[in-house]
Design a protein around this ligand. Structure first.
Ligand SMILES: Nc1ncnc2c1ncn2[C@@H]1O[C@H](COP(=O)(O)OP(=O)(O)O)[C@@H](O)[C@H]1O
Ligand SMILES: [Mg+2]
Length: 380
């Protein structure tokens, strides 16, 4: 818990209206012929952030990243880095580096030579380069492999060398395009934490492209969700998961049960909606106003529902159905409940078997119950 650890400071520069963002993307569009790859994106990314662009393959993430690097020029809009308009500045003159995948290491050079390459090009003194490279290898825990060639390294080690090399010239911003894509699952999870630790230590702003939701959730200060070239929502991992602002995001991040409904009343933080599918009303805690008659989608995450045999207490929301499937995963089970409408709802339950709870099984008639505070009403 953050508040239990005094070392852990609250980091939320995006809430500071006076802060100058490290990166400002202003109405940026990129067209290839008549195809729009990036569609009017505006976004601020702050100093020290680990920002992820997350979205399905082909949604424009790499194109946006390449415009930050200077490898592509926006068709419309402008890009500022550290206050300066870089829209027309070539890649090598931007205070930005892009980390490519491991194959970009020079095969004939040692680890040490690879990491020091850019510094030698800049004509830094030998002793300075030596010290810098040593510090970088220490940072990525590769000191003992300084003399090896890339082919003598594992995939994870090569990735760390590539990271050290891309940090050598101390860019203000490091861009990473699917940096862990080549690693297997276990190594990938370990490397995610390492990368976050390194970013925290160097304090450089990282912008990462990924299509992996878990990766974005674990690593990022904030996430920008992209869909068809546009950014549909920007927020911290908690905001994105707990408060998606659209059906698309609710469905893309985690699992979401959705019920179509129509607003009956909406006042004082309480929305009542008729749900034809359930043949009763649903209540949702909801700030803001929605007119009676507005269509809404009520969203409930699987872990925020409980399966039980008893009819729920007043004040709770509910649905009823039969258990169509149970997936036992040890710590948790996923129940698939078929409602009278045919709609199958997912519920995640922690397995507390040892407390002697009654066992539910296939074809049981059950109630799904949730609290109005644990649902969301979305209009798009
Ligand atoms: N140089 C290019 N010429 C034409 N189309 C391109 C070019 N680069 C990317 N695209 C198209 O733009 C879309 C977005 O691509 P990209 O940014 O690579 O997506 P992502 O990284 O999210 O998978 C894709 O449909 C891709 O085919
Ligand atoms: Mg890509």
């Amino acid at each position: 818990m953050a508040q239990d650890n005094p070392q852990r400071k609250v980091f939320a520069p995006w809430n500071d209206a006076a802060a100058t963002p490290m990166i400002r993307i202003e109405g940026v569009t990129k067209r290839f012929g008549d195809f729009t790859a990036v569609d009017n994106v505006s976004l601020d990314i702050h100093k020290g952030e680990f920002f992820s662009l997350l979205g399905a393959s082909g949604c424009g993430k790499t194109t946006l990243l390449r415009m930050l690097a200077g490898f592509e020029t926006p068709t419309e809009g402008r890009i500022f880095i550290d206050g300066a308009d870089v829209s027309l500045v070539p890649p090598y003159e931007r205070p930005v580096n892009m980390m490519f995948q491991s194959y970009a290491l020079f095969p004939h050079m040692s680890v040490e030579q690879n990491v020091g390459f850019g510094l030698r090009q800049d004509g830094l003194a030998k002793a300075v380069i030596k010290d810098k490279v040593a510090a970088l290898l220490d940072l990525v825990q590769m000191s003992q492999f300084a003399g090896r060639k890339p082919h003598q390294l594992s995939g994870g080690q090569r990735q760390r060398v590539a990271l050290a090399r891309s940090l050598a010239k101390e860019p203000k911003v490091l861009l990473l395009d699917e940096p862990l894509g080549a690693l297997d699952k276990k190594l990938r999870e370990k490397t995610q934490l390492e990368l976050v630790n390194i970013q925290d230590r160097v304090g450089i702003t990282f912008v990462m492209v990924t299509h992996d939701q878990d990766e974005a959730m674990t690593m990022s200060s904030r996430i920008g969700i992209m869909n068809a070239g546009a950014i549909t929502q920007v927020g911290t991992p908690v905001e994105i998961y707990e408060y998606p602002t659209s059906r698309y995001v609710a469905d893309f991040i985690g699992a979401a049960n959705m019920f179509d409904a129509t607003v009956k009343t909406c006042a004082d933080g309480r929305l009542v909606a008729a749900c034809p599918e359930l043949r009763h009303d649903l209540v949702v805690q909801h700030e803001g106003t929605l007119a009676a008659g507005s269509p809404v989608t009520i969203i409930v995450r699987p872990e925020k529902m409980v399966v039980q045999r008893e009819k729920p207490a007043d004040g709770m929301d509910w649905a009823s159905g039969t258990i169509a499937d149970i997936a036992y995963l040890g710590d948790v089970s996923t129940y698939h409940i078929r409602l009278a409408s045919g709609h199958v709802v997912q519920v995640l339950q922690t397995n507390l078997r040892h407390t002697g709870e009654q066992k539910l099984t296939w074809e049981d008639e059950v109630f799904l119950v949730w609290h109005p505070a644990n649902a969301l009403a979305l209009t798009r």
